[in-house]
Design a protein around this ligand. Structure first.
Ligand SMILES: [Zn+2]
Length: 278
């Protein structure tokens, strides 16, 4: 199974080595952890690294949850786990709507506490979240969002066409195993929709996205300090590195799943140490 993994130098060992003007003693291989990418989707998106001398470093991820989930969906496609990919695309889409709602609230100077309180009303109910997203999108951009759930997806084997909504219900609620093409078609619809909205947000609410990143990092740092209050730990920020988020950030042209999978394969080839290929 393919899993992305992250490597860190131990800052304490690095400090000690630099005082003696030596190279740090541990190669990254020695402090790697398995399947960090997957573990990194917990609520606070933090990772614990322990070097062979026992120094603890806590890495806090700067990426947003929808970005992790999109990359996990790509990994699932490479692992031929099409149902898993479908679920991760669906979760990424839902978490992206939450991200959008939060960015717009921050743009309008809504406090995190007020946001959290209001989120409780719509949390766990994806239809309500989508409703909130749709109207905030309308307020922000003056037009209605593209509703990908009405898009048609073709199953050639059965000679049938489904809307995205019908297919999503079959997969999520009826245990249907999507074909590779269905998972990719759905993924393409989700990714191109997210990418287009991210591009629009960068024009209209870029400072709110930056503010949100800082707020989340502060929150996670406080949480880490609470968790490790009696221990000495190094805190490091982990940013970038996702295939989807890198492409969202740097390349304006149209992107497709096949192109993203090519990028991921290239990344695996060039950065073997960042993947667990067992
Ligand atoms: Zn160390």
């Amino acid at each position: 199974m393919l899993h992305r993994q992250i490597f860190e130098w131990c800052p304490t060992c690095q400090d000690e080595a630099s005082k003696k003007e030596e190279m740090p003693p541990y190669q990254y291989e020695q402090i790697k952890r398995k399947s960090l990418w997957n573990n990194a989707t917990d609520e606070f998106q933090v990772e614990e690294f322990k070097c062979p001398k026992g120094h603890i470093t806590v890495g806090i991820h700067q990426n947003f949850q929808y970005e992790f989930l999109l990359d996990m969906a790509l990994e699932d496609l490479l692992n031929c786990n099409f149902r898993g990919a479908f679920f991760n695309f669906a979760s990424a889409e839902e978490r992206f709507f939450e991200f959008f709602i939060e960015v717009i609230c921050i743009k309008h100077n809504i406090s995190l506490e007020a946001f959290d309180e209001t989120w409780k009303i719509i949390g766990n109910l994806s239809e309500r979240q989508y409703g909130a997203f749709s109207f905030l999108y309308l307020l922000e951009f003056g037009i209605s969002p593209i509703d990908i759930s009405r898009k048609q997806i073709e199953n050639k084997r059965k000679n049938k066409k489904y809307t995205v909504k019908e297919l999503r219900n079959k997969v999520i609620h009826q245990g249907y195993k999507p074909t590779e093409k269905e998972a990719k078609d759905y993924g393409n619809a989700v990714i191109s929709n997210i990418r287009n909205i991210v591009a629009k947000l960068k024009d209209s609410a870029d400072s709110a996205i930056i503010k949100m990143t800082h707020k989340k990092l502060k929150l996670r740092t406080e949480e880490v300090n609470k968790l490790y209050k009696n221990q000495r730990v190094n805190i490091a920020t982990i940013c970038g590195g996702g295939i989807c988020s890198n492409l969202f950030a740097s390349k304006p042209q149209e992107i497709s799943i096949d192109k993203l999978l090519e990028e991921m394969k290239k990344d695996i080839e060039n950065n073997k140490r960042h993947y667990n290929l067992d």
